[in-house]
Design a protein around this ligand. Sequence first.
Ligand code: FAD
Ligand code: SF4
Length: 463
Amino acid sequence: MQSFVTRERNEPEKWEVSERIRTFEEIYDFFNNKQVARQAERCVQCGDPFCSAIGCPLGNYIPRWLEAIAEKDLHKAFLLSNESSPFPEILGRVCPQNKLCEGACTLDDGFGAITIGAIEASITDLGFKQGYELPFPGITTDKKVAVIGSGPASISCAHFLLRAGIAVEMFERAQTPGGLLSYGIPGFKMSKKLVERRFELLKKAGLSLHLGTHVGKHLSMDKLIEGFDAVFVGVGATRGKSARLEHEDHPQVYKAMHFLTAVQRRLYGEGWDPRFEVKGKKVVVIGGGDTAMDCLRTAIREDALEITCLYRRDQANMPGSAREYYNAVEEGVEFLFHESPKEFVLNDKGNLVGIDAMKTRLGDKGSDGRRRMEEIEDSLHCVQADVVILALGFDTEENRYLKEAEVDTDDWGQIKVDACGRSSHPAIWAGGDCKRGADLVVTAAADGREAAFSMMETLLKDS
Ligand SMILES: Cc1cc2nc3c(=O)[nH]c(=O)nc-3n(C[C@H](O)[C@H](O)[C@H](O)COP(=O)(O)OP(=O)(O)OC[C@H]3O[C@@H](n4cnc5c(N)ncnc54)[C@H](O)[C@@H]3O)c2cc1C
Ligand code: SF4
């Protein structure tokens, strides 16, 4: 261990830009056995590891699996990594590590943080390749839990319940399970095969999965409360925020999720809505987060002519992962910072031809610690566009069935829960974006785990 003095931080190899923009395949080749051990050997084994305690929302045992893999014990590293996480190979790919575990790594200050995400993904990839299995006991209790939604919060809740021998039935309105792992996050960031494999494992462990089942429409909440010992709600928050500009409902203006879902549905062979064709068009994406980067990089792969990102602040203040920003730059996206959209511009035939924007600058810090954005007088100008995609964040949907079940929500429609994820209804727990607002895969996974542990404590206390 501690080889950081002589050995540099290495990222996994990336495909050449010219190759990767022709496909929706993952762009990284993760580490082999030798590379993963050599990167893990750089770890200092801090007595009080910030990466784990402060950086990782799951509190993963990072230094322990780094040590195991540095000692070439893949099986031990695989089991340790999968002990606290419901899908380490996915989180190692999609977490914004520079803001989480790697940002908290002691070596981030000058030497280059340990490549925690890539090592984590590689350990589980290599372990599965080796044929290692996860310790699911089968259904060993008489308890059963209904899980609504099949995104990361729900997968995590189901995973930990099944590990405790509790039966789980999952109800998902879409035809493909996985929530935003399947219909949101594009395949070039994370192969869809990883999500499919996790569902195969959960089904083998005893999960009953009901697709095309919309709770509140096809199945009432009352039935679930009556028929199960507990219910977990993991229904996400995918209602795109509005730009509050005139002509926002123009057919050449898309919401990010509508565009991404349309493309992913085509890739799944579920049909294609030609309204979302961007081939040969000038595409402008408004927003600076991960969703915006995904839209930009998807538009590139869909053969758009020019792809531009408009963001109100500067690069340092972008909310998403730095890695995804650099990937977008490499793939040819033009970034226009300090731009505040004002109006969609239509020609006399009613076609969208651009978006008017004001230039901005950063002012004093506000109460949230972020510097306020100020518009610069007389700076209005037009950015040409055939299509504008709005990636401005997400709100929760209105879920009437929750109100009917007397589940309390806050002013934004987010489900109110206690520290263990339990809602105002004693048999209903909730987690992920529907509870905290649009956030991250890893925080959804942490919520699902928390709820599962709390359910176990409640349901198994007399067993
Ligand atoms: C484009 C995009 C890119 C992103 N990229 C990243 C990233 O790189 N890294 C990262 O950490 N996070 C990323 N995120 C955020 C992350 O995907 C979410 O925070 C996470 O998926 C939330 O998980 P969840 O389980 O709460 O909800 P979701 O993943 O939204 O899953 C909710 C599921 O519930 C189902 N559902 C809803 N209502 C019902 C009902 N009534 N009955 C049955 N089923 C229902 C939905 O169909 C859906 O499948 C991204 C988000 C988007 C939109
Ligand atoms: S789950 Fe995310 S934050 Fe935690 S160790 Fe893995 S990559 Fe880092």
